[in-house]
Design a protein around this ligand. Structure first.
Ligand code: NAD
Ligand code: TDX
Length: 332
C-alpha cells in the first residue's frame, strides 16, 4: 500500500491523520477536500510536498472522485459535515456530504476494487444513561439522535451494504469524541480554551452533566492506521481510550490549567435533543489488533492542547468571531 487518498484531510482529524502517516509510514497521501468553513490548508503546512498532494474538490463530484480513486491504493474517508449544532440549524449539507458524498466514494472504490476505510462516530449508537454499566460495542443497535448522527449512521449502512452486495473491501471505525490540535473553535474543548485565552467565560450547555468519552486525535490516527494495515475486511472497530468525563469536569480542568477559578464559567441554553452520555468499549481493537492509546492521561493531553491554542492564535482567530456570533444568536 503506497498511495492513500484522504478525504477531509484539511479538517481536524483528517489533518492529524495526514501528519501521523507522514511521520510513521512511507505512504504518499493525496488529500481531497472542498475547504468548507471547517477546512484549513494551514493544518497541512510544513508537510513534505514530495509526499503530500492537495486536491481542492468535493466528494460529491463523481468524475473527480473516480479519477483520483483510479490512482489510489486505499481511500480513508474523513470528509463530513461534523458539527451537531450546525445540523440542527441547517441539515441539508449533512445529507449532501455525509450521504451522497459517501455513496459517490463507494461507487468509485467499487469500480476500481480499491481498499476503503470509513471514519465514523460513536454517536450512531444514540446515548446511554449516566449509570448504565454497559458501554457501546460493535453489536450495539444503531439509534442516532441528531441530523448529524443520523447521516453518519446512514453512511455506515451504505458501506455495509456495498461490502456485502458488491464485495467492496471495506472496514469501518466508530470513534469517541476527539480533542487535540487543529480542532475548529466551534467544538466544545477548543471553544472553551479560546474563550479563556480571549478573557471570556466558558459556556456550558445546560447543567453540564453530559458525559463524553475523550480520545486524543493522535490516538485516533494510530488506531485507523492499525485497522488499515491489519484490520479484517468487512469488520467494524470501535475506537476509544476510556476517557469518560462530564462537560462540567472538562470546563473546570481547562479553567484550573489556565490559572483561573474553577467556577468562572456560565450556563447557557441547552442543545435540543442533547445526547446524555457516550462510552466506548474498545476491547475488539485492543485484543485483535494490539492497539492501545498513548495519551492515557487526559489532563496532560488537555495541557498540551491548551499550549497549542496559546501558540497558534493565527490558526484559530480568523474563525472565532463568526463562530461566537452563530452561538450568540442561538442562546449558546
Ligand atoms: P471537520 O469538520 O473538522 O473536518 C471536515 C473536513 O471535511 C473539512 O476539511 C471540510 O472542508 C471537509 N469537507 C466537508 N464537506 C466536504 C465535501 N463535500 N467534499 C470534500 N471535503 C469536504 O471534522 P472532524 O471533526 O475532523 O471529523 C472528521 C471525521 O471524523 C468525520 O467523518 C466525523 O464524523 C468523524 N468523527 C469525528 C469525531 C470528533 O470528535 N470530531 C469523532 C468521531 C468521528
Ligand atoms: O459551547 C459548548 N458547550 C457545551 O457544553 C459546546 C460547543 C458544546 N457543549 C457540550 C455539548 C456536548 O455535550 O459539549 C459536548 C461536546 O460538544 P461538541 O464538541 O459539539 O461534540 P459532540 O456533539 O459530542 O460531537 C463530537 O463528537 C462526536 C463531534 O463534533 C462529532 O463530529 C463526533 O462525531
Amino acid at each position: 500500500m503506497t498511495a492513500l487518498l484522504v478525504t477531509g484531510g484539511a479538517g481536524f482529524i483528517g489533518s492529524n491523520f495526514v501528519h501521523h502517516v507522514i511521520e510513521h509510514t512511507e505512504h504518499h497521501v493525496t488529500v481531497l477536500d472542498s475547504l468548507t468553513y471547517a477546512g484549513n490548508l494551514a493544518s497541512l503546512a510544513g508537510l513534505p510536498e514530495s509526499r503530500v498532494s492537495f486536491v481542492h474538490g468535493d466528494i460529491t463530484n463523481a468524475p473527480l472522485v473516480d479519477s483520483l480513486v483510479a490512482e489510489t491504493d486505499a481511500v480513508i474517508h474523513y470528509a463530513a459535515e461534523s458539527h451537531n449544532d450546525n445540523s440542527l440549524d441547517n441539515p441539508r449539507p449533512f445529507l449532501d456530504t455525509n450521504i451522497i458524498g459517501t455513496y459517490t466514494l463507494l461507487e468509485a472504490v467499487r469500480r476500481h476494487e480499491t481498499r476503503y476505510h470509513h471514519i465514523s462516530t460513536d454517536e450512531v449508537y444514540g446515548d446511554l444513561e449516566l449509570d448504565d454499566p454497559e458501554r457501546f460495542t460493535e453489536s450495539t443497535p444503531y439509534n442516532p439522535s441528531s441530523p448529524y448522527s443520523s447521516t453518519k449512521a446512514g453512511s455506515d449502512l451504505l458501506v455495509r451494504a456495498w461490502a456485502r452486495s458488491f464485495g467492496v473491501r471495506a472496514t469501518i471505525s466508530n470513534c469517541s469524541n476527539n480533542y487535540g490540535p487543529y480542532q475548529h473553535v466551534e467544538k466544545f474543548i477548543p471553544r472553551q480554551i479560546t474563550n479563556v485565552l480571549d478573557g471570556v467565560r466558558p459556556k456550558l450547555y445546560g447543567a453540564g452533566l453530559n458525559v463524553r468519552d475523550w480520545i486524543h486525535a493522535e490516538d485516533h490516527s494510530s488506531a485507523v492506521l492499525s485497522i488499515l494495515e491489519r484490520g479484517s475486511i468487512g469488520e467494524t472497530y470501535l475506537i476509544g481510550a476510556d476517557g469518560e468525563k462530564s462537560n462540567l469536569d472538562v470546563v473546570r480542568l481547562i479553567l484550573r490549567l489556565t490559572g483561573n477559578p474553577e467556577d468562572d464559567f456560565e450556563h447557557v441554553t441547552d442543545r435540543p435533543g442533547h445526547d446524555l452520555r457516550y462510552a466506548i468499549d474498545s476491547t475488539k481493537l485492543r485484543t485483535e489488533l494490539g492497539w492501545s492509546p498513548s495519551f492515557g492521561d487526559f489532563e496532560t493531553g488537555i495541557a498540551h492542547t491548551i499550549d497549542w491554542y496559546r501558540n497558534n492564535r493565527s490558526w484559530w482567530s480568523p474563525a472565532k468571531a463568526a463562530t461566537e456570533s452563530f452561538y450568540a444568536a442561538r442562546g449558546h
